[in-house]
Design a protein around this ligand. Structure first.
Ligand code: NAD
Length: 334
């Protein structure tokens, strides 16, 4: 295999990637970095034909040009989303970009529901109390999911799984997607509706759409204000779908019942790292964390054994195919 530089890697990434590869290839040719790939760090790819990156690396035009200058011909994303790569620039520079289009939609869908359940039934707060031998139930009242209306924005792989889980709870599920899956919706008793209807009717609104220039800040002061009073918002997709400043303002008014986030618009450089000994520099994230009805995880919805195994399998197959260009079906972006 050709030489590869891996960025933003953690012990679990290395473990699964090495397991998916021939050990002798990996040991000789793979360079694992803990820091992220940006224009500032791109020179460290010198000597590699491929780089392997994750959600918070930043492959803008300048970074890609520097990569091409040092001989990189392949960017292998070990994730599904690709908003962190300037694809037109990659195309112009002759750099192939591959991704892992689907690994385990169940991992993300199940985490979405886990976050909502924990927030609604206040499991995180109850756990902290019990550890201090405080068995009081005051302030821990939740609501039944059964019979509630859930709005799913984006009925792709993850949105459909999430919708089906909520159907299993006995929820009414309504959905918005510019490309509706009518057969699936009929089979699962999911009703498509306009986005504005989802805002007005959903007790729980869950985001499962990609980040694009059009969907940036889809949830802003206006749309957040049109959500049903007391509704819960769940975002396990991409941070920039939600305007954080507007979210904080609306949380201050008590208009929303709760907010569960696995992603945050300024998560780059914060999520995946331990900041416990030097504090948090990001005031908006600190403010969000301070609300009792906000629950945040650090982009961990994908983190299951099954998802990591599949991500590693597809990524390694693409890295091995690199020189011949025989990428796995559906993985090549440009
Ligand atoms: P997908 O491509 O299968 O589905 C996306 C759906 O969104 C499509 O049906 C598309 O038509 C729809 N869509 C596009 N624009 C829309 C709009 N304006 N309004 C409503 N729907 C719109 O993608 P997926 O695999 O289901 O992933 C969904 C999201 O989850 C992506 O943002 C991805 O980046 C994110 N994700 C997060 C994690 C995590 O660990 N938190 C892991 C994997 C994926």
């Amino acid at each position: 295999m050709t030489a590869v530089s891996f960025y933003d890697t953690k012990p679990y990434d290395r473990e699964y990637l090495l397991h998916a590869a021939a050990p002798e290839d990996a040991a000789a040719n793979w360079h694992f970095h803990e820091f992220r790939l940006t224009a500032e760090t791109a020179a460290t790819a010198a000597g590699s034909r491929a780089v392997c990156v994750f959600v918070n690396d930043r492959l803008d035009r300048e970074c890609l040009r520097k990569l091409a200058d040092v001989g990189v011909r392949h960017v292998a994303l070990r994730c599904a989303g690709f908003n962190q790569v300037d694809l037109p620039a990659a195309r112009e520079l002759g750099v192939a970009v591959t991704r892992v289009p689907a690994y385990s939609p169940h991992a993300v869908a199940e985490h979405t529901v886990a976050l909502l359940m924990a927030l609604n039934r206040k499991i995180h707060r109850a756990h902290n109390r019990v550890r201090e031998f405080n068995f009081s139930l005051a302030g821990l009242v939740g609501f039944d999911l059964h019979g509630k209306t859930v709005g799913i924005v984006g009925t792709g792989k993850i949105g459909r799984c999430t919708a089906q889980i909520f159907r299993g709870f006995g929820c009414e599920v309504i959905a918005y997607d510019p490309f509706p899956q009518n057969e699936w919706a009929n089979e699962n008793k999911v009703a498509y509706a306009a986005f504005e209807d989802l805002l007005a009717r959903s007790d729980i609104l869950s985001l499962h759409l990609p980040l694009t220039p059009e969907t940036n800040h889809l949830l802003n002061a206006g749309t957040l204000g049109r959500m049903k009073r007391g509704a819960y918002l769940v975002n396990t997709s991409r941070g920039r779908l939600v305007d954080t400043h507007a979210l904080i303002q609306i949380l201050k008014t008590d208009h929303l019942g709760g907010v569960a986030l696995d992603v945050y618009e300024e998560e780059e450089g914060i999520f995946f790292e331990d900041h416990s000994s030097h504090g948090l520099q990001d005031d908006e994230l600190s403010r969000l964390i301070s609300f009792p009805n906000v629950l945040i995880t650090s982009h961990q919805a994908f983190l299951t054994h099954e998802a990591l195994t599949e991500i590693a399998r597809v990524t390694v197959a693409n890295l091995q195919a690199g020189p011949s260009g025989a990428w796995l079906d559906g993985t090549l972006l440009t």
